[in-house]
Design a protein around this ligand. Structure first.
Ligand SMILES: Nc1ncnc2c1ncn2[C@@H]1O[C@H](COP(=O)(O)OP(=O)(O)O)[C@@H](O)[C@H]1O
Ligand SMILES: [Mg+2]
Length: 292
């Protein structure tokens, strides 16, 4: 097949050594360079809309955003429908986290707009995003408070509730859903395993009952069995609870297997868009991001 040729041709050979299809010999710089070529043709808005296949819930149009005066995202577009999942992959430093930061309100937005259910939310700050727009952001960094108990950490997720009692009620509901956390509710979060900490981070974001979850690298730093657990939890939130998920994932295979829609971001520009399966089968994606 063509795919195979693409994967094993040229780059698969160094000197007399012949690498099999699953080895990758591309350096980080080569990936960046090769990926840059993909960005030459940005998918059209029409294409993004076809991938959603219905009225989108969250849209980004012509976004230029960055930090201070430094622009990271260039004319970036995104569309995802209710109860769908979208995964952004791409080289390190491409601006993937910056997309999530922009949706949540952490960046300087220079142009473009972000809409939720047709309403413009571009200028909202993170608290408004969480409380009024129903968007929650799950931090990439380890963000639990190690000296606080699991329960106390959960309550932090409800700080925007009007009453403390509402936060308690919501926390209780989420704890009942995850026995694994409930059993440890009185323990300090610092003693949790990596996988349990990630579960706590996700659970805490659920307290405000968001409609959209922004998830940055859920698998980072986790052992394989916990990676599996985290994706099962996200799958349940998507398919049972009807959440919409926009995710960034360094583990491109996992992310694309999970997601309905996949985007490749290169140098702050949308380089490719397809269904998760289409991108998994795409030879360029395979060569550059799937390690083979
Ligand atoms: N808080 C910040 N302040 C200034 N520059 C930042 C900040 N966060 C990220 N950047 C820069 O923005 C660019 C894109 O970063 P990021 O969105 O984190 O990439 P990715 O998630 O794709 O690895 C990088 O050049 C990075 O150094
Ligand atoms: Mg990142």
């Amino acid at each position: 097949m063509d795919e195979k040729k693409e994967q094993s041709g040229g780059k698969g050979t160094i000197g007399s050594m012949d690498f099999n299809d699953f080895d990758t010999v591309l350096s980080v710089d080569e990936v960046a360079h090769e990926a840059g070529k993909l960005a030459a043709e940005t998918p059209s808005r029409q294409r993004l809309s076809e991938l959603v296949g219905k009225e989108p819930l969250l849209t980004i149009e012509g976004l230029r955003a960055g930090y201070g005066k430094m622009q990271i995202l260039h004319e970036f577009d995104l569309q995802v429908g209710a109860k769908q999942s979208l995964c952004i992959i791409g080289p390190n430093g491409a601006g993937k986290s910056t997309v999530l930061h922009s949706i949540y309100g952490f960046t300087n937005i220079m142009a473009g707009n972000i809409k939720m259910g047709g309403s413009d939310i571009t200028g909202m700050n993170p608290n408004q995003k969480l409380k009024r727009a129903g968007i929650a952001y799950i931090l990439q960094d380890n963000s639990v408070f190690p000296d606080m108990t699991v329960e106390e950490n959960m309550l932090m997720g409800g700080f925007l509730k009007d009453k403390q009692s509402q936060a308690r009620e919501a926390a209780e509901k989420v704890l009942q859903k995850y026995p694994r956390l409930n059993e440890r509710r009185k323990q300090k979060a610092g003693v949790l395993s990596g996988g349990e900490r990630r579960l706590l981070e996700i659970s805490r974001a659920l307290i405000m009952e968001p409609e959209v979850l922004l998830v940055d690298e859920p698998s980072i730093g986790l052992e394989p069995r916990f990676i599996k657990m985290v994706f099962e939890i996200l799958d349940d939130l998507l398919n049972t609870e009807g959440k919409t998920i926009v995710m960034v994932e360094q583990n491109a295979k996992k992310g694309l297997e999970f997601a309905d829609i996949g985007y490749v971001l290169v140098d702050g520009r949308l380089a490719m868009a397809g269904t998760g399966d289409e991108l998994l089968e795409n030879p360029d994606v395979g060569r550059l991001f799937l390690g083979g």
